[in-house]
Write a protein that binds this ligand. Structure first.
Ligand SMILES: [Mn+2]
Length: 406
């Protein structure tokens, strides 16, 4: 049996520029710690090798300390006779981490650095032979489907493939840039025993033998929940996969509905404290540190006070301290004042007239046509949806303007 740890997209030197200094440092340390967690796992378990499927680094700016930390962890693995299979990605193309060249002569270190399709055959401790086919990214903008050129499995050895590539059918957050795009059926036609993918940060098994390990610590609020890698066990024609958790810091986001019952900020603070504590009760047992965003929605008499930045900053600080979090962000999604809408609409005012247009825009065909002819809609194919969104916002702005005299 061959056991491999598959990780990818560590983005080790991400800057987290939007966060304040203390939080930024802790997020960066968390990334290194998450990587360490993965390496320590590999050292402690009967793992034959570690696959790193690209974007190990976020960019080419690597501090001396980080270089030394990386080298140190890699050397621990190699000393323990664990193979390292590292393929570069779009963030860490060829020559990004030159310090690893120093490991080139180590028989346990295998780097798939550029666009050459490398095919190696490695003898494992069990005496089994593992054939590994992979390639890296020669530049930051590798769009060619190099995986299509990989050789098909043609003997009884165990074969794995490694690539940092987009599979268009995979689940991703928003539209992710397509690098080395390859279809699942093309990968499957290679008949490998396992294909380790990197690039998409959501862990997912695309088929029995093709998977993205996901990243090992979230980088932003789109990347919530546990993060880690896969333990792959290959035994003859059997495959077993286990999802593992390595993240040191965990990102979470929760929606909180405001209503007329929230009358003072201090009352809101105490309700938010209880709410967030409840939401994270189970998560906190597994993650060491949490970064939490609270999305506020709804109508409340506190809308105005919440729009004052110093008030939300203070609320964030309170939540962070009381609940014991690494950081809290409060985001006003759609927070609006309490209003008697029925009354506003029933009155005969400019506002009620304007609102009746935004609410029943479909009744004004010529108006729609004039609006859609505006330059902001040029080249958009979902014009009506965009217009609808703008009208929804416009309603709030109209009310702000007329009722609150802004
Ligand atoms: Mn990538």
């Amino acid at each position: 049996m061959i056991r491999l740890l598959h990780i990818s997209d560590i983005h080790l030197n991400t800057g987290f520029a939007s966060k304040e200094r203390v939080v930024r440092e802790q997020l960066k340390e968390g990334l290194m710690k998450s990587f360490e967690n993965a390496i320590h796992y590999a050292l402690g378990e009967a793992v034959d090798g570690v696959i790193i499927a690209g974007d190990f680094l976020d960019n080419g700016k690597v501090s001396y300390k980080m270089e030394q930390d990386i080298l140190n962890l890699m050397e621990q693995l190699l000393k323990a006779e664990k193979h390292v299979f590292y393929a570069t990605g779009n963030h860490d193309p060829m020559n990004t981490l030159q310090i690893l060249n120093r490991l080139e002569t180590n028989p346990y270190f295998h780097c798939f650095e550029d666009d050459d399709i490398k095919h190696i055959c490695v003898e494992m401790k069990s005496g089994e032979w593992l054939e590994v086919v992979g390639c890296g990214h020669k530049s930051k903008n590798e769009k060619r489907n190099l995986i299509r050129e990989f050789p098909r499995k043609n003997n009884d050895n165990l074969w794995i493939g490694i690539g940092h590539a987009s599979v268009p059918s995979a689940l991703s957050v928003g539209a992710k840039e397509q690098y080395m795009a390859v279809s699942l059926s093309e990968i499957e036609s290679l008949k490998y025993d396992y294909f380790a993918l990197g690039h998409i940060h959501i862990q997912q098994r695309l088929s029995e033998r093709v998977a993205y390990s996901g990243n090992i610590q979230g980088l932003n609020y789109k990347e919530i929940g546990h993060k880690g890698g896969y333990l792959i066990k290959l035994d003859g024609d059997r495959i077993e996969m286990e999802s593992l958790c390595f993240n040191e810091v965990q990102w979470e986001a929760f929606d909180f509905e405001l209503d007329e019952s929230h009358e003072t900020l201090s009352q809101l603070e105490s309700e938010l404290t209880t709410f967030v504590s409840e939401q994270i009760a189970d998560i906190k047992k597994s993650a060491n540190q949490l970064v939490v965003r609270v999305n506020l929605e709804g109508r409340s008499s506190l809308a105005h006070s919440l729009r004052e930045v110093e008030n939300t900053l203070y609320l964030e600080a309170c939540l962070k301290r009381i609940v014991g979090l690494l950081n809290v962000d409060i985001k006003l999604m759609s927070v609006n004042s309490l209003l008697d809408m029925e009354m506003i609409l029933s009155e005969k005012t400019v506002l009620s007239e304007a609102l009746s247009v935004t609410r029943h825009v479909e009744a004004h065909e010529d108006l729609i046509n004039r609006l859609l002819a505006l330059p902001i809609y040029n080249g958009r194919d979902n014009k009506k949806e965009v217009l609808q969104k703008i009208l929804e916002t416009a309603e709030e702005e109209l009310i702000d303007c007329f009722v609150r005299g802004k």
